[in-house]
Design a protein around this ligand. Structure first.
Ligand code: IYR
Length: 228
């Protein structure tokens, strides 16, 4: 069978590392990533837009289903927009903590010390709001709109967010993975079209000088890994 002309292979560029270098890099990366903490107390010190742009470009280099790249990253620095996001998020969270979250959920969050107050949404100099794009929209030749199917959207956007968090941490910035619930208000405030759904809100900046974090630990390798 003739190969499909749309498959245009190009030689792979791959840096093959010596074994010692592989181990050293794997351990260095582990040591660095282990120092990442979710931060809820930020300083208002601004961050370099070039660092944010490079981290978002890293996120956008992630693999995705059929390479559809079903993500949008809205970088919010405007204080008035941050204020509106805080106000809307706190209204939802106040309701959630008081009435919507079952006791089991509240118990699970107790070690994290969270509540409905979200001052970091205004204080952090930058909020990256990640949207999942559930389908693409293309202009058909007759001028009508055609929907383009996206695949494995939540897996793809989740991987991109992992790249983003790692890139921001590696560049020396603090982050929080925040999911105010429900978060439809983000699409309204940020004017996103109906094929884009809020996925994750990531405040980015420097920790406040007196920032504290919960004293929690990660499972050991033995607890999470099975060799077969
Ligand atoms: N969205 C709420 C509650 C919350 C839920 C989970 I799961 C967390 O890991 C942390 C918080 C809030 O942001 O407070």
């Amino acid at each position: 069978m003739a190969a499909d002309a749309r498959y245009r292979p190009t030689p792979l560029r791959f840096d093959r590392l010596p074994p010692d270098e592989q181990r050293a890099r794997a351990r260095e990366f582990l040591a660095r990533m282990r120092t990442r903490r979710s931060v809820r107390q930020f300083s208002d010190e601004p961050v370099d837009p070039a660092v944010i742009d490079a981290a978002v470009a890293t996120a956008a280099s992630a693999p995705s289903g059929a390479n559809r790249q079903p993500w949008r990253f809205v970088v919010v620095r405007d204080p008035e927009v941050k204020r509106r996001i805080r106000e809307a998020a706190e209204a939802e969270e106040r309701e959630s903590y008081a009435h919507r979250m079952p006791d089991e959920w509240l118990d699970a969050l107790a070690p994290l010390g969270t509540d409905w107050h979200k001052p970091f949404l205004e204080i952090a100099p930058c909020l990256i709001v990640v949207f999942r794009i559930d389908y693409g929209v293309e202009a058909a030749p007759d001028g009508s709109e055609r929907h383009v199917k996206h695949y494995y959207v939540s897996e793809s956007v989740g991987i991109a967010c992992g790249f983003l968090l790692a890139a921001l941490h590696y560049a020396g910035l603090a982050t929080l993975t925040h999911t105010p619930s429900p978060m439809g208000f983000l699409a309204d405030i940020l004017g996103r079209p109906k094929n884009e759904k809020p996925y994750l809100l990531i405040p980015v900046g420097y920790p406040a000088p007196d920032a504290e974090v919960p004293d929690i630990t990660k499972k050991t390798l033995g607890e999470v890994k099975i060799d077969i």
